[in-house]
Design a binder for this molecule. Sequence first.
Ligand code: GDP
Ligand code: IMO
Ligand code: MG
Length: 416
Amino acid sequence: MSKADLIVGIQWGDEGKGKIVDLMAQDYDVVCRYQGGHNAGHTIVVGDKTLALHLIPSGVLNANAINIIGNGVVISPEALIEEMQQFGSLKGRLFISDKAHMILKHHILIDQAREKLRGAKAIGTTGRGIGPAYGSKIERSGHRMGELRDTEKLAQNLIDYFTTYRAIFEAMGIKTPGFDELKAELDMYAKELLIYVEDTTALVWKSLDEQKKVLLEGAQGTLLDIDHGTYPFVTSSSTISSGACIGLGLSPKDIGNVTGIVKAYCTRVGNGPFPTEDFEEDGKKLGKNGHEFGTTTGRPRRCGWFDAVAVKYASRINGCDQLSLMKLDVLDGFDKVKICTAYEIDGKRVETLPQSLENLKPIYEEFDGWNGSKGVDKYEDLPSNAKAYVKKIEEITGTKVGLISTGPDRKETIIL
Ligand code: GDP
Ligand code: IMO
Ligand code: MG
């Protein structure tokens, strides 16, 4: 029996997971998403073609790999159908768990209404209905993809739900659909998607039993994890590696090699604490050079320096065997680059991640910058200061760097 290898985001998402999953997928038979939904935006660049994936696993460009959307993902049937259109038929190449919960239109409206009500305390969600859909799942009023097999019953259950909670929907200014409109919509989802829906846990088990190579693709990042991230400024799923077990129906023993994907600096989109955020010229330069705009919402990402305290924590919680260090080229052209090696809290130096990332000051070590890492594909061709920076990251985080990315394209990669 083989084990499934795993890719996980180490910071606040957008580390470059899509690039690495696409690159690795060339050698894998099966690629699986296990959590999140279409809040994710995973970019793949091949030559002059750029592809942004939200729900479909980033193995889709490898014609020989099959792609699985596991039970832990929340699926907007509407968004999935739209995303699938660019690929023609994916029959036999895409499998969707019958246990995955659906994001329906009312979830999206609730997400947006709640954000408005939160006012200054808004989380800055992607507005895709993620929190409300996971909320429905946990409070046991959600609906799963397999229920599209009986749309009459599903539509009636939803109408009953809307009726019971009518006062709440009205208070939020949300108009719920009538039976006929809802049934027609669900019928369309069923027609387009049911051929892909099955027991994906059995499929992953069979793949592992047959010694197939299975790759698990995390969405978001460790610091957005519902339990271990910067709560409440997090997403609503378990983004860390152990989330893959729940989100696919695997045991911890099924997990093999774990790769943490980490940017050579740090970004965050949405609200919440970000100790190394740089509001001055350096932050602006990182955003400009790194084209730091959200793949899903187009929002500018907040930018700052590499936070080694957070990365060390993330590496431990995910059990990372190695890190892929992304976007090193974005640091080209800085006179000095900085790494946060500790925090100052109440005048004391702290080297471990505290419960709250509010009210602390990053303590930095400064290094000489470099030029010319863009596009480099051999370690020996990297500028020596860039090599020293990579070594420092390995040393502080206690995790080796197994890959360095020097540009968005597949070719702009150093394998160590
Ligand atoms: P993901 O959500 O983790 O898959 O990351 P995103 O796709 O949201 O954001 C990463 C962005 O950086 C994408 O636009 C990638 O094409 C781009 N990218 C990935 N690796 C590199 C790199 O090494 N250098 C540069 N300059 N861009 C990169
Ligand atoms: P990928 O997979 C970066 C952020 C949102 C917000 C918080 C909650 O591309 O790395 P949600 O809509 O999930 O309820 O929003 O999480 N967020 C992401 N940030 N990358 C992502 O995905 C994200 N998915 C959600 O900006 O702060
Ligand atoms: Mg992204």
